[in-house]
Design a binder for this molecule. Structure first.
Ligand SMILES: NC(=O)C1=CN([C@@H]2O[C@H](COP(=O)(O)OP(=O)(O)OC[C@H]3O[C@@H](n4cnc5c(N)ncnc54)[C@H](O)[C@@H]3O)[C@@H](O)[C@H]2O)C=CC1
Ligand SMILES: O=C([O-])CC(=O)C(=O)O
Length: 338
């Protein structure tokens, strides 16, 4: 029995993400939680003739904790796209004041009702909300860093698409799987085009085009925020990206021999293989996005060696990312420790 819960299921990301999850044959129970509109979303999805049952959970008041508890109980995987999205002119950090407490309260619910679940954090600012969840789970004595994932997959999705658009006649987006490391906002996002099959295409670009491509990946979110013109940020591409990571985690639970690797923003805790080595290479940051090998326990190994193979230009991007990430992480940790 595999149970997956989406917190924020009635939102712009939550709805298409839940649809994709509803179609996954590995999922037996899809549980939807939101503070508005979720019974309608649940009723709608429940008519789909796929493998899973659907339940929806709406609190009766601000004080009602039972709906969240019920939605989470027995969950193997919890995905959190709850909270407010950006409007034009805002940074992801501008969302901190509202989203930090939303994410903290959901993490408290997870600690109490699904302490062993894999937890995927989509809510922004990811660079701070993931430390918030880690600290909340620690406070409750149920923290396992192998099971906490900051979702940065949309940056990989964009990096693949944007380079393929430069070579539309020769390539498709699905030809690429670019490693994107660091964090999930602006210059903390570091696409590594110099590694793997993208290298030969990337190298052919002019210096100006290289810069523009990197910048487009780093600020891809802004492109959507601007185009939506006040109606929110990326939802459909994000639902695809969040689903992709969830699918890989579920696949790795049962994969026999096949290596499943994804980039994720993780806690570089000593208990995870390769994390201590990675931490040394990123100036002792506690959280960082890197490719990880997934398995039955979640994050089985951090593929830190990639940091030893990056180009001189990427090293410079990394310096900037590390500098900015440090403040974002501290802000999240301080919010819980205050
Ligand atoms: N990690 C990433 O790559 C990306 C992250 N995001 C972030 O995802 C978040 C959600 O974005 P959208 O779905 O577009 O926003 P939205 O406003 O359409 O949906 C958010 C949903 O969260 C619900 N919600 C609010 N408080 C809640 C609580 N305490 N418990 C449960 N649900 C609650 C709302 O009722 C709403 O249905 C934003 O913070 C956004 O910045 C967006 C795109 C990419
Ligand atoms: O830009 C935003 O605010 C939403 C987001 O994280 C993204 O699209 O990468």
């Amino acid at each position: 029995m595999v149970k997956v819960t989406v917190c924020g299921a009635a939102g712009g990301i939550g709805q298409p993400l839940s649809l994709l999850l509803k179609l996954n044959p590995k999922i037996d129970e899809l549980s939807l939680f939101d503070v508005v509109n979720v019974p309608g979303v649940g009723a709608d999805l429940s008519h789909i003739c796929s493998n899973s049952s659907t339940s929806s959970h709406l609190p009766s008041s601000r004080e009602d904790k039972s709906a969240l508890a019920e939605s989470l109980k027995g969950s193997d995987l919890v995905i959190i796209p709850a909270g407010v999205p950006r409007k034009p002119g805002m940074t992801r950090d501008d969302l901190f004041n509202i989203n930090a407490s939303i994410v903290r309260d959901l993490a408290q619910g997870i600690a109490e009702n699904a302490p062993k679940a894999f937890v995927l954090i989509i809510s922004n600012p990811v660079n701070s909300t993931v430390p918030i969840v880690a600290e909340t789970l620690k406070k409750n004595g149920v923290y396992n860093p192998q099971r906490l994932f900051g979702v940065t997959t949309l940056d990989i999705v964009r990096a693949n698409t944007f380079i393929s658009q430069k070579y539309a006649k020769e390539t498709k987006a699905t030809d690429f799987n670019i490693n994107v490391i660091g964090g999930h906002s602006g210059e903390t996002i570091v696409p590594l085009y110099s590694i793997g099959n993208s290298k030969s295409y990337y190298d052919k670009l002019s210096e100006e085009d290289k810069k523009a491509l990197i910048n487009r990946v780093q600020f891809g979110g802004d492109e959507v925020v601007k185009a939506k013109d006040g109606a929110g940020s990326a939802t459909l591409s994000m639902a695809y990206a969040g689903y992709k990571l969830a699918e890989s985690i579920l696949k790795a639970l049962t994969s026999k021999g096949e290596e499943v690797v994804e980039c994720t923003f993780l806690n570089l805790d000593d208990s995870i293989k390769g994390a201590a080595e990675a931490k040394k290479l990123v100036k002792n940051l506690d959280f960082f996005s890197l490719p990880v090998r997934l398995g039955a326990n979640g994050i089985e190994e951090v593929k830190y060696d990639i940091l030893n193979n990056i180009s001189a230009d990427e090293k410079k991007l990394l310096e900037v990312a590390i500098e900015q990430l440090s403040g974002n992480i501290d802000k999240g940790v301080a919010f819980i420790k205050k």
